[in-house]
Structure formats: structure tokens, C-alpha cells
Ligand binder design. Structure first.
Ligand code: PEP
Ligand code: MN
Length: 335
């Protein structure tokens, strides 16, 4: 529920309200607004408690909030969440380009591609050090050595780094090295991982689960916000489907739905969605046109040698031409 304070409320009245909320066993979120102050309340509450708060001095009205994702939804937080990572601004009217190899393979490969994507207009470098692979025999990532390589690539290019944490031990390691922590599609409902990431002071990019509904995805984001991490980026990466011609079903409509429901930035991963490099550029144009806040895209200059997901990686040349087009579309939409 949402407690709207009177414009004339005193600091003592606010404090008394916060104390009462705590005594009732709920969590209060003070939400300063342009015209008046509101207090959002999370926790399972009863109608008697709602009435009790309604009677308190300084309170104008108590509004029940039906959305199950109180913090990820717009009722407690009508304005877009906007935050900065390096030169990139997530949220609002901004469009962030994150690019790099699917996996960190060697230092030479990662630094080479980091320079290439930076020259092409990337604002963030991507690269997996811990890889969730369908087959246990496939390349699993370089682990901590991969994180060290990403740190070198960041030092050489100045690009902040996004990389995936697979479990609690890798979350600790990724936290040490990354600028943005990625939680992958297979872990969207790994609640232990979400709770641990909620305690960290680094942004988290949360991919949509393989077959997750938008409500399930926003509830997963709610875990991050409820634990205190407010810098959450949602990433649509395609849903499991039945057609063999695209790897997953890119749900662009999810961008529209999420922008309506939530204040969090939402980006698209056209590479893992579609699985073919020829589809990545047009889908990325669609992403900016439909109002996504950015892209996470696989880039490789030697895709036939890539240890992971070569067929969906675009070349650095395609990447840089694509970014120029995306910036033109963005400018046209803002004009
Ligand atoms: C990735 O981005 O490297 C990745 C494994 O993606 P997803 O979790 O979407 O499969
Ligand atoms: Mn991949």
C-alpha cells in the first residue's frame, strides 16, 4: 500500500508513521514526490492495519497497491529509474550499446575485441568468464582468469565490463571485477543468487528466463530491489519456442509492456534471441525503434574459431556500421 502524506505534515508525524509501520512488521520506503511525500509499504498487510495507518495524523490517504511487484512497478516509483555506468546512462531516453564476445577466450582475443567494439561505439564491454552451457563437455569459461582478462581489457580501453555470475561463489568473484553483474536466463529464478546480488552495490542486469512471463520476471527483479539494490537492468533475450529458424522468440512486445509496468531500464539481446548474425542488425534497429534502453550484443572477428556462440556474433565492421545507424534512428525519434 501507499500512504500519501498531507502537504502540511510535520516531521514528527512522519516519524510516528514510520515507527508504527515498523512495529506492525512491514518495511517503509519513503518516496519524496514533487508535490507531496508518500510512504510505500511492503509486506503482507491486513485491512485493519491499513485503517490504522489511515487514521494517523499527517496522513491524507492510504491507497492499496494491487501489483505484486511493489518496488519494480510504477506505483511506488512513477518516474523512470536512470543511472550511470561509466559514460553510459541507463533509462529515460538513453540507449546504451554493450558489445563484445560471448565468452572470454584469451587475453589477446578479449583485448583485441574490446578495442574493436570501443572504436565501433560500444559503451560497455561484454564477455562471459563463467559460461552456462547445455553440454558439460562444452567450454565452460575461464573463470577467475577470464575475469582478470576483462579487468585488463577495461584498463586498456576504459570500457566498463559486464559479465555473468552463475552461482554464489562466482558472484563474489564477479563482484570484485565487474562493473555490471549479469544474471543469466537460466538463473532468473535462482532466488538465493538474487538475494545475494540484492545486497551488492553494483548494478545487476537480469535476463528474462527461458519461458518466464513478464510478471515472473518483474517479481525476480523485485527480489533485487527488496534487498536494496536499486540499479537493475532488465534484458529480453528471447523465449523458448517451437520454430527452428530462430534460436529463441524475440519478444519485442515485452519492451512495451515492461516500460508501462516498470520504471526499470530494459535492453535487448538480439544475439541470444535470434542466434544468427544476419538477424542481429535489423532486430537491433527494431529494438531502438520500439523504445528499448539498449542492447547487449555478441561481437567476434573470428566467429569460426569462437569457443561459444560463433554463428550469432556480428563482425566489428557490422557492429560499428550498426551503431551509427542506431544513433541516427535514436536522433530521429528524439527530434
Ligand atoms: C550470455 O549472454 O552470454 C548468455 C549466456 O545469455 P543467456 O543467459 O541469455 O542465455
Ligand atoms: Mn552465448
Amino acid at each position: 500500500m501507499l500512504v500519501m502524506m498531507r502537504r502540511t505534515h510535520s516531521p514528527e508525524e512522519l516519524q510516528a508513521l514510520l515507527d508504527t509501520i515498523e512495529k506492525l512488521g512491514y518495511t517503509a520506503h519513503v518516496l519524496p514526490g514533487e508535490h507531496s511525500l508518500a510512504v510505500g509499504i511492503t509486506g503482507n498487510h491486513s485491512s485493519e492495519d491499513r485503517e490504522k495507518l489511515n487514521q494517523m495524523p499527517g496522513v491524507r490517504e492510504v491507497i492499496p497497491v494491487s501489483s505484486p511487484y511493489k518496488l519494480a512497478g510504477r506505483s511506488f516509483h512513477p518516474e523512470d529509474t536512470i543511472f550511470q555506468v561509466g559514460d553510459a546512462t541507463f533509462g529515460g531516453n538513453h540507449f546504451v550499446v554493450m558489445g563484445g564476445p560471448c565468452a572470454v577466450e584469451t587475453e589477446e582475443q578479449t583485448v583485441r575485441l574490446a578495442h574493436a567494439v570501443k572504436a565501433g561505439g560500444a559503451q560497455i564491454l561484454r564477455g562471459g568468464a563463467y559460461k552456462p552451457r547445455t553440454s558439460p563437455y562444452a567450454f565452460q569459461g575461464l573463470g577467475i582468469d577470464g575475469l582478470k582478462i576483462l579487468a585488463t581489457a577495461r584498463a586498456e580501453t576504459g570500457l566498463p565490463v559486464i559479465t555473468e555470475a552463475l552461482d554464489l561463489p562466482s558472484l563474489d568473484a564477479v563482484y570484485e571485477y565487474a562493473d555490471i553483474i549479469q544474471i543469466g536466463t537460466r538463473n532468473m529464478q535462482n532466488f538465493a543468487l538474487l538475494k545475494a546480488a540484492s545486497q551488492l552495490d553494483k548494478p545487476v542486469l537480469l535476463k528474462r528466463g527461458l519461458s518466464a512471463t513478464i510478471d515472473e520476471w518483474l517479481m525476480a527483479a523485485e527480489y533485487l530491489l527488496a534487498g536494496g539494490n536499486e540499479r537493475v537492468i532488465l534484458c529480453e533475450r528471447g523465449l523458448r519456442h517451437y520454430d527452428p529458424h530462430t534460436r529463441n522468440l524475440l519478444d519485442l512486445g515485452a519492451v512495451l509492456a515492461v516500460r508501462k509496468l516498470s520504471h526499470l531500464p530494459i535492453v535487448i539481446d538480439p544475439s541470444h534471441s535470434l542466434g544468427h548474425k544476419s538477424m542481429v542488425v535489423p532486430a537491433s534497429r527494431a529494438a531502438v525503434a520500439i523504445g528499448a534502453h539498449g542492447l547487449l550484443v555478441d561481437v567476434h572477428d573470428r566467429p569460426q574459431e569462437a569457443l561459444c556462440d560463433g554463428p550469432q556474433a556480428i563482425s566489428p565492421e557490422m557492429f560499428s556500421a550498426m551503431v551509427q545507424t542506431l544513433r541516427r534512428i535514436e536522433a530521429a525519434l528524439l527530434s
